[in-house]
Design a protein around this ligand. Structure first.
Ligand SMILES: *[C@@H]1O[C@H](CO)[C@@H](O)[C@H](O)[C@H]1NC(C)=O
Ligand SMILES: *[C@@H]1O[C@H](CO)[C@@H](O)[C@H](O)[C@H]1NC(C)=O
Ligand SMILES: *[C@@H]1O[C@H](CO)[C@@H](O)[C@H](O)[C@H]1NC(C)=O
Ligand SMILES: *[C@@H]1O[C@H](CO)[C@@H](O)[C@H](O)[C@H]1NC(C)=O
Ligand SMILES: *[C@@H]1O[C@H](CO)[C@@H](O)[C@H](O)[C@H]1NC(C)=O
Ligand SMILES: *[C@@H]1O[C@H](CO)[C@@H](O)[C@H](O)[C@H]1NC(C)=O
Length: 265
């Protein structure tokens, strides 16, 4: 029972898969490597010829890279240009013995759909991720600076808290901007290999006297908190409660008297 139901299908599956595996001498092998590292790509297959008769072809052209004595190809400090298909074979023959697709892992590519929605003194930066470069994104970083040059130069970039934005985030708020002012905002992703290129967006805050004053007042109030204001607020609340309690008592007393009248009569 066990043999028929479980083992037999497994064995048949194995017999079916095996010929494919043995015939993979020209299948494309995938090799992943980090940008800037040295990579050795072995020329697999059942080759017995000496190294001088081996040639490696990249994108249809014989490579200038060093072929080692074991026929493998040595790529030094690889860059994105080195990615793609590598094929090794016997010199002057068109058939290939081994084919390798090299993928070069890099820093994250620039973020896409980067937009800034500015109100008077607040702004919201939004972005999308187009890829991670081959390693997961560790965090995002956003910065801003005034677009108005001072003495002919732009000010230093200012950090936007938090400095390390969660990799699940796709937006960040910016506070304490000036109304009716232009700012550059920039944002980028970082992975194991480092930061990707920043994307810069220009935005101008709205002009609205009242709204700006309101926000400023609110923020200033939060920073320099006055205990007298608090005591006054508590007094007002307590006073209201006392008045409410007195009112409730009065109503209850009247109800009680009204209920008592028929009983007395
Ligand atoms: C890569 O190759 C270069 C040039 O041969 C060498 O200077 C460097 O140390 C190598 N790097 C590694 C990580 O082996
Ligand atoms: C390959 O062809 C070139 C000229 O086309 C010739 O000089 C060279 O000897 C040939 N190599 C082999 C291994 O036959
Ligand atoms: C090589 O790998 C890249 C990325 O994984 C893929 O886009 C490309 O189609 C592959 N090329 C070949 C010839 O398999
Ligand atoms: C960018 O925005 C467009 C339009 O809103 C959307 O279709 C696309 O999916 C976005 N790109 C990414 C990588 O999210
Ligand atoms: C501009 O430069 C002048 C002289 O270099 C300096 O006195 C002045 O304070 C600068 N203005 C600002 C806003 O930094
Ligand atoms: C907004 O700024 C521009 C240029 O900086 C200025 O010309 C304009 O008068 C300002 N608007 C208000 C309402 O302050």
């Amino acid at each position: 029972m066990f043999f028929e139901r479980v083992l037999l299908p497994v064995i048949c599956l194995g017999i079916e898969v095996f010929p494919l595996v043995s015939a993979e001498d020209v299948d494309i092998r995938e090799v992943l490597a980090d940008k800037g590292t040295n990579v050795t790509i072995p020329c697999g297959g059942l080759l017995t010829m000496p190294a001088p008769n081996v040639q490696w072809v990249h994108r249809g052209i014989k490579t200038h890279h060093e072929v080692l004595s074991d026929r493998s190809l040595l790529l030094r400090q690889i860059d994105v240009d080195d990615a793609g298909l590598y094929e090794c074979g016997v010199e002057n023959e068109t058939a290939y013995v081994d084919r390798v697709n090299l993928t070069v892992r890099t820093e994250p590519p620039p973020l896409v759909n980067v937009t800034v929605h500015a109100s008077t003194i607040l702004a919201l930066i939004l972005w999308n991720v187009a890829g991670d470069g081959g390693h997961p994104i560790i965090d995002f970083t956003a910065q801003y600076r005034s677009a108005m040059p001072i003495n002919g130069t732009l000010e230093q970039w200012r950090p936007i808290s938090p400095n390390h934005i969660s990799p699940n985030s796709r937006q960040i708020d910016v506070y304490h901007l000036e109304p009716n002012a232009s700012y550059w905002f920039r944002v980028w992703a970082t992975n194991l290999l480092g930061p990707g290129p920043p994307v810069e967006v220009l935005a101008t805050t709205l002009y609205s006297d009242q709204e700006a004053e309101l926000y400023k007042h609110f923020l200033e109030g939060a920073e320099s908190f006055d205990t007298r204001t608090w005591v006054a607020a508590v007094c007002v609340v307590m006073g209201t409660l006392v008045v409410l309690a007195a009112g409730t008592c009065a109503v209850l007393c009247r109800e009680w008297r009204r209920d008592g009248e028929p009983a007395a009569a």
